[in-house]
Design a protein around this ligand. Structure first.
Ligand code: FEO
Length: 169
């Protein structure tokens, strides 16, 4: 496969694995705060990020490229509040979107159309990723940390179930 794309996708694998670790770290912090519903939501987010990494991994191998794993930075371990966690999540997802867009642009630039088509799934996924976090942020801002509201939102967050991505096979 095109060497520039191979290198860029390997870099993206690293980024997705960092994302997974970041969300697992957030999940642990939320659990420690006694918010098991929020912790569940973040744990599912961790599983989805692992899926994203594997999607890129499988794609490189399917194109006859070389997977190169590299060192992943340690994520933060503490946050000021639940609102702080989700503000950090939105900022992080916006950075992911920027990287996905850059990578997609690169596939077009080098006329790697197979990779371009492959990237479309991630372009669409990022719309949903950002939308989900914005929705939670809006609710958190409405509740303003008030006990009853937080309890109800925590119960809602407990409902999220991990669904493996069908295109990983
Ligand atoms: Fe892998 Fe949350 O994007």
């Amino acid at each position: 496969m095109n060497a520039t794309i191979e290198q860029a996708i390997n870099e993206q694998i690293k980024w997705e694995m960092y994302s997974a670790n970041l969300y697992l770290s957030m999940s642990a912090w939320l659990q420690d705060e006694g918010l098991s519903g929020f912790a569940n939501w973040m744990r599912v987010q961790y599983q989805e990020e692992t899926d994203h990494a594997l999607k890129f991994y499988d794609f490189i191998l399917s194109r006859g490229g070389k997977v190169t794993l590299s060192q992943i930075d340690a994520p933060p371990t503490t946050w000021d509040s639940v609102l702080d966690v989700f503000e950090a999540t939105l900022t992080h997802e916006q950075e992911v979107t920027r990287r996905i867009n850059e990578l997609t642009y690169l596939t077009k630039e080098v006329k790697d159309f197979a990779s371009d088509i492959f990237m479309q799934w991630f372009v669409t996924e990022q719309i949903e990723e950002e939308e989900n976090v914005r929705d939670i942020l809006n609710k958190l801002r409405l509740i303003k940390g008030e006990g009853q509201g937080m309890l109800m939102l925590d119960q809602e967050m407990a409902q999220r179930v991990y669904t493996p991505s069908t295109t990983n096979a």
